[in-house]
Design a protein around this ligand. Structure first.
Ligand SMILES: N[C@@H](CCC[C@H](N)C(=O)O)C(=O)O
Length: 274
């Protein structure tokens, strides 16, 4: 039997395994089996805590339900940071991911923030298939056109639309995910700015489908909206409303880092036979 935790950030849900003392054997077939919401446990991402190699508190490996490995997961980082902070009796830790070392801290209201680093805006880093203007990608699919590409360690394609609710994301999302402009596929965001200045965001996640929230997608959307002049995310955090609630994102101009803040929760502890 293998012990696991189920956690979530705004409904973006994770199975968390601790492999620091003993490695866990995770072939793609096992990841898919655990991720099956009917026959397994189900998750948006499987997060595996491993020993760090860069002096961080721990390394976090990220798998999507289709078995692919992701470089970044903002909400997952906040969940694992919360666990590590409880364990260390501290309000500050650093989580190593394939995206790099991500300092994370707990706020006085119990929310958890993560420094997601600077966005990647160069076509090779996002990555895109060729050298094009990442602020105006030549992609058009029905109501979706003129997106912004942003890398947060993982690729994002952000469309600004008049009404994010009206987009048929379950049909259009997978087509953009597999668009030839993105050699490693992409996460897909559709966002609209409300009269209250709050961005409404819906996300189709690469390797996972529609999720209730996506931390790195929220960061990418804040960066894209700032660059397009829809919001000013530099002075104070902007609010982004996803299906599962609200995240606050600031794009600090002194070091260029994106800071994400929001709630996290543990839903249960269990053991799996898979
Ligand atoms: N839910 C995540 C993003 C997870 C990875 C993504 N599906 C990918 O493949 O890049 C988040 O909170 O950032």
């Amino acid at each position: 039997m293998l012990a696991f935790r189920k956690m979530h950030g705004l409904g973006n849900d994770f199975v968390v395994l601790d492999a620091r003392a003993k490695p866990v054997d995770l072939p793609e077939s096992r990841i898919r089996a655990i991720g099956d919401r009917h026959r397994g446990i189900g998750f948006d991402q499987l997060l595996v805590i491993e020993p760090p190699t860069d002096g961080s508190t721990a390394f976090m490996r990220i798998y999507n339900p289709d078995g692919s490995e992701a470089q970044a997961c903002g909400n997952g980082t906040r969940c694992v940071a919360h666990l590590l902070m409880d364990e260390a009796g501290s309000d500050e830790v650093a989580v190593q991911t394939r995206r790099g070392r991500l300092p994370s801290y707990r706020n006085s209201d119990g929310t958890v923030s993560v420094d997601m680093g600077a966005p990647m805006l160069d076509w090779q880093d996002i990555p895109l298939a060729r050298d094009v203007d990442h602020l105006h990608l030549p992609i058009e699919l029905e109501v979706l056109h003129d997106p912004v590409a942003v890398g947060m360690g993982n690729p994002h394609c952000v469309f600004f639309v008049p009404d994010a609710e009206a987009v048929d994301l379950s049909r259009l999302g997978p087509q953009i995910e597999h668009h030839p402009m993105f050699p490693e596929r992409t996460n897909v965001e559709v966002a609209s700015l409300g009269p209250d200045g709050v961005l409404r965001l819906r996300v189709w996640e690469r390797g996972a489908g529609i999720t209730l929230a996506c931390g790195s997608g929220t960061c990418a959307t804040a960066v894209a909206a700032h660059l397009r002049g829809h919001v000013d995310a530099s002075e104070q955090p902007i609010r982004i409303r996803v299906d599962g609630g609200e995240l606050a994102i600031q794009w600090r101009q002194d070091d260029g880092h994106v800071i994400m803040t929001g709630p996290i929760a543990t839903s249960f502890l269990g053991e799996m036979a898979l």
